[in-house]
Write a new protein. Sequence first.
Length: 359
Amino acid sequence: MNFEPGFFSRFELLISSIGVVLGFFFGIILLAKTNKNSKANLFLAVYLLTLSLRTGKALFHNYYAISDSILTLFLGLFLLIGPCLWFYVNLLYNNNNNNASLKRIDCYRHYAPFFLVMILTVFVPNNGITNLGNFYLFLFTHGLIYCCYSFYWLVKHPNFHDVSQKNVKIKNWLIAFIVATTLIFIHAILVFFDVVSFYPSSAFLFSFIIISLAILGCQNLWIFEDEKKKYTNSTLDNTKASEYHKQLNQFMENDKLFLDPELTLVKLAERMNISSKQLSQIINQIENTNYSQYIAKYRVEEAKKKLKTPDFYNYKIAAIAFESGFNSISSFNDTFKKLTNTTAIDYRESFIKKSELDL
C-alpha cells in the first residue's frame, strides 16, 4: 500500500494533537472542580496544563519559527512539573490517610526556580551555547529528582502496605503517575544527548501517557472527587475513623465476624459501639466500597481458602458457601464469579489438577 508523502506527517500531527487536547481538557475540568478540600486536583491541573503547553509549543515550532526567549520560557516550564508531581502525590496520598497538609512557604520554595528562570528568560537564550546546555540538562534532572523522591516517599509512607481497597487503588494510580512523569524526563535527557529525536517522539510519548492516564483515571473517577461533601455533617473525625477502621479489620480478620450469615450493618455497628451511619462512612471513605461488598470480599476469600484445601475437596460447593458466611448458594455463585472471574467449581478443579500433577 502506497501512502502520500505527507501522510505520516499528518498522522504524527493528529496523534500528537490528541494528547494536547486531552491534556488541556482534563486540566481545565480539574481546575473547575478544585476547592479547599481537593487541593491535589489543583496541582494535577497545573501539571497537565504545563505539559500540554510544552507539547503544543513543540507542535507549533515544528511548522513555525519561535524566538529564542519564548523557547527558553517554554523550556522553563519543566521546572513546574516536578513540584506539581510532588505536591499531588503528597496531598492525594496523605488526604487518603487523613493527615494532608500544605504550607504556603513550601510552594514558594519549590516553585522559586521556575519564577527565577522566567525573570531571567531574556538572559538565557536557547541558542545551543555549551555552558547553557548544562543549564538545560539541569532542568531535566531537576524533574527526575522529584520523580525519584516522590516514589521514595510513597514507598516509605507508613500506610504504603495498607491493603485496603481504596489505599491500593490510590497507590497504584500514583505509582503509574510517577512512572509516566519519569519517562518524560528520561526522554528529555535522551533528546539532550541526541539519542532520540525531539519530534515526533516527545509528542508521541506525551500523547501515549495522557491517553493511558485518562483511561486509568476514568476507571477510578472517585479519586478526583471531594468525598468530604457526602459526610459534611458527620461528627466522626479523621482520627476516630482511623481507629474504628483498625477495629473493624480486627473483627473481620481475627474474629471472623463475616462468617455469621445474619451479620448486618446495624449488628456490626452495635458490636463496635458506633452508629450504622458512622460505620457506613468508614467503609465508604476508607475502603472505597459499601458494606455488602466489604463483607462479601472476606467471605469469598474464606471460600477460596477452603476450595483449594485438600480437606475440603469432597465438600459440596453449597456447604463451603454456607461455612464461609453466605446464606444462599445463588448469592455465593454470583459474588464469587464477580470477584474472581471464575466459578467456584472451576476454581477448585484447578487446584485438584495441580495436586494430581505434583503427585
